[in-house]
Design a protein around this ligand. Structure first.
Ligand code: BGC
Length: 807
């Protein structure tokens, strides 16, 4: 067995445009299956080896395809969600087993002189090469490449090649579609485990020549899915093939004698589809048609389409970090995975883990709107629109939930796959009403960034109106002339059911105003939604009077009312192994002390930065830094953004590194369950909102760029109102340049800049020397050190990189 390769990122080899792992580390398989996952937002495939074993946790997912199960409650009460939903591992089409003479290719046996896997961010494929000697001494080279197509949403494909290295050899390849693949359950809840044990019931099978199709249905949620495969085979030897099909297995077997100097080349085309309504013949026809399309395009065509799609993406979204190759790689890895999660979701949710693993049951959270959609709005706006369309498509359920809770408007779920609330823990579920304002905020951001009036008329206004109605009914006017929102949980889950959480209040304020503005822009839609002048006036009044508590003594904003009066958490006597706190201390104690799981007030200072002065931000930031333990992967991003704004550039870079390396370094020790989409999007946010200082309050784009100490230059690209432009940050100046579309105006430290094809350089004012704020004992981020200098020629120059250089 070969060990993990030297280089960067604990076993990953550094390279600016790919993620490579050399050697086979059995105990690292689960996490590399997540990082090597391929997805287009509709289909997701974990990076398991083609031969199926050894494996960590196989996984193939279809966005929105889940099984239902009961939710466990020790005591029942009104309004608890009754059913949970969990993403299903669907029919696995990745499997191609190989028999080399009479030995199955299994890397736990024999010897691999060479074995590596590469996720290529520009080709959008996962490649693998293995030189393997069987226990009986036969040597073969296996090369594979697979993709989940960005351009043909229902399609995935694998190119599989085997060549003998010493002498002619007999090879038998078995290409499978396998349903109800046994997997170890990760859940401690026996009900969930039971629901996921062989969740698929066969409804139809068919196999002919090189093609097969399996149709299955889930037992309880009654969703139907079809998976189909077809093959092209090229080889010099004489071929014998057989196809067979059972309820849960379709298999094409290919036997061939391959002479030395020749190879067996197999191309496997896969098509997937699912529906809650379509019949068996309709679904079968759908996957058959998708397969025909893929065969017509062919392997080379699929590769070309994939490359073109990604070329366009990188042209509008790339980030360059000169002088820190590891973070350069990490940031592109992040951009790539967020793209994969959202590209072709098309009116389905973007789950917290994307489609990279079964973590969080495949649920979507506020992570999508608050983190993932920041990146997508400014890099692939159509994907942001589609994710918001998913929320809109679930409005009826959200309105029903609000009604059940005795509220008006819509109460969107804290966690869900199909729009129904699935959180069984209401203090950090139902009470986290801020998800509604987060959806509204993402809607406002998208509308400002795109001026997509069609979306505004079809979905946006209604989303804003129904969420505003929720706030109007959830809050109330107090006798002192303020509008209060009591008994809610903010982003920080180490406090629950609190009064006047500032984040919630400020986001609700924006929500109420945005709804009023949208109704005034579209009176016909307002009328259709039953909004009258009185309601709009009420929203504006509630927004104007929104409570924002302030601690006069400490001169900071309490995260919620009286927070700063709570007892301090004893950080000094909390040893490192007691983190995350939620697994080691009772909630009752966590809730009543000053300890913060993740940025909350600090997040308010980012997203509602217009509600604070710089002086307030600096004082608040220092105060909350000393209390925040970052037990959530969502926190470091926001701390990075605010650290940068407050002038702590070095600290901001440390937090950026933590965000960007969350999955590559498996910082939360759970990457095996899937990647953290919010943290991945956080890489983009840290760069653009942190070091670029980009803000979009009130629809204007403003920048306050500043370079952190380690990189010599940072450049990022983004889209705004149909134009693409690039911002390049140097130590003393920043350069703005239009890449595509019409010129646009932004501000640079408050000064208007017209961005055109001619680069404009703007000076960066000198920063202030500030004292680094401190964190709870043992919870400071790792100090990022400047990497050892690397010889220029060993870093391949990227086309986009050089284009930006010329700017
Ligand atoms: C965080 C939530 C987040 C969820 C899913 C939790 O640990 O506290 O804010 O939505 O994870 O990522």
């Amino acid at each position: 067995m070969i060990g993990g390769a030297p280089g960067m990122g604990r076993g990953y080899v550094g390279s600016p445009w790919e993620l490579r792992w050399e050697g086979l580390d059995l105990d690292q398989l689960q996490r590399t299956e997540s990082t090597f996952a391929l997805s287009n937002g509709h289909i997701g495939m974990r990076g398991t080896l083609e031969e199926g074993e050894p494996r960590g946790m196989p996984g193939t997912y279809l966005n929105g395809f889940y099984e239902e199960h009961e939710l466990p409650y020790a005591e029942s009460a009104y309004g608890y969600p009754e059913a949970g939903q969990t993403i299903v591992n669907v029919t696995d089409g990745k499997i191609i087993r190989l028999l080399v003479e009479d030995e199955p290719l299994d890397m736990r046996y024999g010897h691999a002189a060479n074995h590596f896997r590469v996720l290529d961010f520009r080709s959008g494929t996962l490649r693998r090469e293995t030189e393997w000697t069987s226990p009986t001494g036969r040597r073969v080279r296996v090369r594979t490449e697979r993709l989940v197509s960005f351009t043909q949403r229902a399609v995935a494909a694998i190119r599989y090649e085997v060549e003998p290295l010493d002498a002619g050899i007999q090879l038998v390849a078995q290409s499978d579609l396998l349903a109800n693949e046994p997997i170890e359950s990760d859940t401690r809840d026996p009900r969930v485990a039971a629901a996921l044990d062989a969740p698929l019931l066969n409804e139809y099978t068919k196999a002919e020549r090189y093609r097969a199709v399996l149709v299955h249905r889930t037992k309880r949620s009654a969703l139907r899915m079809a998976a189909a495969m077809d093959h092209q085979i090229e080889t010099a030897g004489t071929l014998r093939t057989a196809i067979e099909v059972e309820d849960d297995l379709a298999r094409l077997t290919i036997a061939v004698n391959v002479p030395l100097g020749e190879k067996l080349q197999l191309t496997k085309f896969l098509a997937y589809g699912w529906s809650a309504q379509r019949s068996i013949p309709a679904l079968r026809a759908q996957v058959d048609a998708a397969l025909e399309g893929a065969l017509r395009t062919g392997w080379d065509g699929l590769l070309t389409e994939q490359r073109q799609f990604l070329d366009e993406f990188w042209a509008s979204a790339d980030i360059e970090i000169d002088g820190d190759p590891e973070l350069q790689q990490a940031v592109r890895f992040s951009l790539f995975h967020v793209l994969q999660a959202g590209a072709r979701g098309e009116s389905r949710a973007i789950p917290g883990k994307g489609l990279t693993g079964p973590g969080y049951g495949g649920h979507a959270f506020w992570d999508t709107e608050t983190f993932v959609l920041q990146q997508l709005t400014y890099t692939l706006p159509d994907a942001a629109r589609d994710a918001l369309r998913w929320r809109h498509s679930t409005l009826d359920k959200a309105k029903e939930r609000a009604r059940q809770l005795g509220l008006k408007g819509a109460a969107f779920p804290w966690r869900s796959i199909n729009g129904d609330e699935c959180s069984a823990y209401w203090p950090a579920g139902t009470a986290a009403f801020h998800v509604n304002a987060d959806i509204a905020d993402a809607t406002v951001r998208y509308l400002n960034a795109t001026q997509d009036t069609e979306f505004e008329r079809e979905c946006g206004t209604e989303l804003l109106v129904e969420t505003a109605r929720l706030w109007a009914s959830l809050g109330h006017h107090d006798p002192h002339g303020g509008f209060r929102i009591d008994g809610v949980t903010g982003p920080d889950e180490y406090s629950a059911v609190v009064d006047n959480n500032i984040y919630t209040n400020l986001m609700a304020q924006r929500n109420l105003r945005a709804a009023a503005d949208a109704c005034e822009r579209h009176p016909d839609i307002a009328e259709a939604l039953g909004v009258d002048h009185v309601e709009v006036t009420d929203w504006r009044e509630a927004a104007r009077k929104m409570r924002m508590p302030y601690d006069e003594l400490l001169r900071v904003h309490p995260q919620f009312e009286r927070f700063t009066e709570h007892a301090a958490w004893d950080f000094e006597n909390t040893p490192p192994e007691k983190y995350p706190l939620l697994l080691n201390y009772p909630y009752f104690d966590i809730y009543r002390k000053q300890v913060i799981k993740q940025a909350d007030l600090v997040l308010a200072m980012h997203l509602r930065g217009d509600a604070f002065t710089l002086e307030q931000k600096r004082r608040n930031f220092a105060y909350y830094e000393a209390l925040t333990v970052r037990d959530s992967s969502l926190s470091a991003t926001t701390q990075s953004v605010l650290a940068a704004e407050c002038g702590h550039l070095e600290l901001a870079y440390d937090y950026f590194a933590e965000t960007a390396l969350t999955d590559l370094h498996d910082l939360h020790r759970n990457v095996r369950n899937g990647l953290h989409m919010a943290a991945l999007a956080g890489s983009w946010i840290s760069i653009v909102a942190g070091f670029g200082g980009m803000r979009d309050h009130s629809g204007e784009l403003s920048f306050q760029p500043r370079l952190p100490p380690i990189p010599q230059r940072i450049a990022f690209r983004m889209c705004f109102r149909g134009s693409q432009f690039c911002v390049e940050i140097h130590r003393e100046f920043a350069v703005y340049q239009l890449v595509k579309g019409s010129p646009l105006t932004v501000t640079h430290y408050g000064q208007p800049v017209t961005v055109t094809e001619d680069p404009v350089a703007m000076p960066i004012p000198p920063g202030e020397e500030l004292e680094r704020p401190s964190q709870p004992a043992g919870r400071a981020p790792i100090r990022r050190r400047a990497p050892e200098p690397v010889a220029e020629e060993s870093l391949p120059a990227a086309p986009i990189a050089s284009a930006v250089h010329r700017a």
